[in-house]
Write a protein that binds this ligand. Structure first.
Ligand code: FMN
Length: 356
């Protein structure tokens, strides 16, 4: 099949946990959404879909074992889409074929990563500047993948100039699912999310769209679906802050009371994270540092003044870290975790720079 042919989407997406509801997905996050974190999220309430961290594709790349584990050791029963990032068509196809030997729900292409060291190589978000190249890549992957083929992208590189054309290519090549982060690459992570642009994309593509970007709570998820008409939501940083969000979203969509999260549960989450971030032989300070990467987000729901974050960031030992957690999370005066992140309480930028 040539690239000028209209391709058909391959087939039906896997059903969600509650049939008939909008979908939810845990966003792929490099350095975060490994098998251990997926298990932690599963214990709090699973998303409908998982996406792996990206498999880097180059002439010499091989499937990274630690990322493969999020497919081979995933016992949640939920579908896992394997994400690739790259621009070399031959090796993207080779990698997709290799990935299809595992139990993946589909192959996902990353066209959103905003890290300059990535986009300068014309991969990730860098591809959005070059619709001709995107045409060739999507055509080749559609032809080479005999299962679901999905794309995760942003709304443009530094503007939405090419968006219409890119969405046309999503249709032309029969992409099965589009996860759309409503920011340009240059807007990184902090600007307003352009939900109206996601709504336009939903109207112009034939495949289902997952709306992505600042889906911070169950209420917000419903608002965003209402505003965009998307088939579901993809949630990243807010699932690190609040891994119960998928359970809450399902309750919200069903019109049921949304379960609140107690600080005691958050304290239990800290224990789970501690086990999930442990590695054989890891030094104490390195383990504390890994924990901080997660607690930076959790802290956005603990207190409005950012006191927890301030104190947590100064700890160096496991015992001091847990002392701060106990003091803030087991205080009977403040029994509930906030539904939305407190405005002005920011996660540390370095946790966000690598993403897409
Ligand atoms: C630490 C981090 C790592 C990320 N890694 C990836 C990645 O590997 N692949 C990808 O497509 N997006 C990646 N992203 C982007 C997220 O999937 C998501 O699009 C973005 O965070 C916006 O969603 P949110 O507001 O719900 O976090 C990453 C984001 C963060 C914060």
């Amino acid at each position: 099949m040539t690239n000028t042919t209209q391709n058909q989407a391959t087939g039906a997406l896997p059903a969600g946990i509650r049939s008939g509801q909008p979908l939810s997905a845990l966003a792929p996050m490099q350095g975060v959404t490994n098998i251990s974190f997926m298990k932690v999220v599963n214990a709090c309430g699973c998303p409908d879909y998982f996406f792996t961290e990206y498999f880097r594709v180059t002439r010499t790349s091989r499937l990274e074992t630690h990322i493969l584990r999020s497919i081979t050791e995933n016992e949640t029963g939920r579908p896992v889409f394997a994400q690739m990032i790259g621009e070399d068509i031959h090796h993207l196809k080779r990698t997709a074929t290799d990935l299809r030997r595992y139990e993946v729900a589909g192959i996902d292409l990353n066209m959103g990563c905003p890290a300059p060291k990535v986009y300068r190589k014309n991969v990730g978000g860098g591809l959005l500047r070059d619709p001709v190249k995107v045409d060739a890549i999507l055509g080749a992957l559609r032809d080479g993948i005999d299962g679901l083929f999905t794309v995760k992208m942003r709304i443009g590189f530094d503007s939405t100039e090419h968006l219409e054309q890119l969405l046309g290519l999503i249709n032309k090549h029969g992409v099965d699912l589009l996860s759309l982060h409503g920011r340009t690459v240059k807007e990184m992570y902090r600007s307003e999310v352009h939900y109206d642009t996601i709504a336009e994309a939903v109207r112009s593509v034939r495949c289902p769209v997952l709306a992505n970007g600042d889906v911070t709570s169950a209420t917000k998820a419903q608002e965003i679906l209402h505003r965009t008409g998307a088939a579901g939501v993809m949630i990243g940083r807010s699932a690190i802050r609040n891994p119960w969000i998928f359970k809450q979203v399902r309750a919200q969509f069903a019109g049921e009371p949304v379960p609140r999260v107690s600080m005691v549960e958050v304290r239990q989450y800290v224990d789970r994270l501690f086990r999930a971030t442990h590695a054989e032989g890891i030094r104490e300070e390195a383990h504390v540092s890994r924990m901080k990467g997660f607690l930076n987000f959790v802290g956005q729901g603990i207190d409005a003044e950012g006191r927890f974050l301030h104190e947590m960031r100064r700890t160096r030992t496991v015992s001091s870290l847990f002392e701060v957690c106990d003091r803030h999370l087991l205080d009977p005066e403040t029994p509930w975790f906030a539904d939305e992140p407190f405005s002005g309480v920011l996660a540390r930028p370095n946790r966000e720079g690598a993403g897409s």
